[in-house]
Design a protein around this ligand. Structure first.
Ligand code: CO8
Length: 257
């Protein structure tokens, strides 16, 4: 498949998707989002890929939705077009997605980052939801996912002032996993992806689903879901392999069955 605004590389069971509109700091136009979702869904069905890295460039992961594309929009045509139908498909990807971010991570860029499962940031990263400064507000999950990640008061501050925070501050508030020097952020994401790619894929998938369940169910329902997933894994060959390997003091070799 050939794309205009993303680049794709597959190596060692890792699908690396790079946002590529550098001239506008990877502003997310509709075509880019469409290409991204198309590729993520292709990877979803590709058994040779176990983990995804989503990245941009050193200057920007993404500086938000494309303002020049949005500027002429009106409410009713926008509602009828409902671009978020495509966007919502990102949250349905069952393979783990690691965001490797640097530079500007703003607006829809921050919302995209928060759709990922783990986040490695360079120390030059600036994260924010500046939509209020454009007279609007986040529309792709910013008020919800940011609040769940950093808590009410910090989310209010970021959303109501539109100010950016540093990677260090984001780390302090639990929004990201790790801050590393700029020359290391992609390598660190790759290191994490390589570790996950060696794990049993069905367990990886069920762990991701169970963790995400915690966001929209009661504790009792979440625990019930977790327990059923736990039992299910006892029917897998990878459970046999993992436990036998431990007992035989060797490294397991998981197949995904
Ligand atoms: N949209 C379109 N073009 C952009 C965007 C953007 N979001 N951000 C930067 N650009 C363009 C600039 O217009 C400029 O283009 P040109 O060279 O042709 O003038 C180029 O990128 C470089 O930008 P700057 O010259 O402004 O670079 P600076 O280093 O001076 O500033 C900033 C960098 C601070 C990031 C600045 O560009 C900025 O404030 N950008 C806008 C950030 C923003 O407000 N983002 C939120 C957008 S709204 C949103 O995301 C709503 C999400 C809703 C759901 C989305 C689903 C996809």
């Amino acid at each position: 498949m050939s794309y205009h605004y993303i680049k794709v590389l597959v190596q060692d069971r890792i699908g690396i998707v790079t946002l590529h509109r550098p001239e506008v700091l990877n502003a997310l136009n509709l075509q880019l989002v469409y290409e991204l979702v198309t590729e993520l869904e292709r990877i979803e069905t590709d058994d040779s890929i176990r983990v995804i890295i989503l990245t941009g460039n050193e200057k920007a992961f993404a500086a938000g939705a494309d303002i020049s594309e949005m500027a002429g929009e009106e409410a009713i045509p926008m509602l009828l077009k409902d671009q978020f139908v495509v966007w919502d498909r990102i949250a349905k990807i069952s393979k783990p997605i690691i965001a490797a971010v640097s530079g500007f991570v703003l607006g829809g860029g921050c919302e995209l980052m928060m759709n990922c499962d783990m986040i490695i940031a360079s120390e030059t990263t600036r994260i924010g939801q500046p939509e209020i400064q454009l007279g609007v507000m986040p529309g792709a999950g910013g008020t919800q996912r940011l609040t769940k990640a950093v808590g009410k008061v910090k989310a209010m501050e970021m959303l109501l002032t539109g100010e950016h925070i540093t990677a260090e501050e984001a780390l302090k508030f639990g929004l990201i996993n790790k801050v590393v020097p700029v020359e290391m952020y992609f390598k660190e994401a790759l290191r994490m992806a390589q570790q996950i790619a060696l794990q049993p894929p069905v367990a990886v998938r069920l762990i991701k689903k169970s963790v995400l369940k915690a966001f929209d169910t009661s504790l009792a329902e979440g625990l019930d879901y977790e327990r059923n997933c736990f039992y299910l894994l006892f029917s897998s060959e990878d459970k046999e392999e993992g436990m036998n390997a431990f007992l035989q003091k060797r490294k397991p070799k998981f197949t995904g069955r």
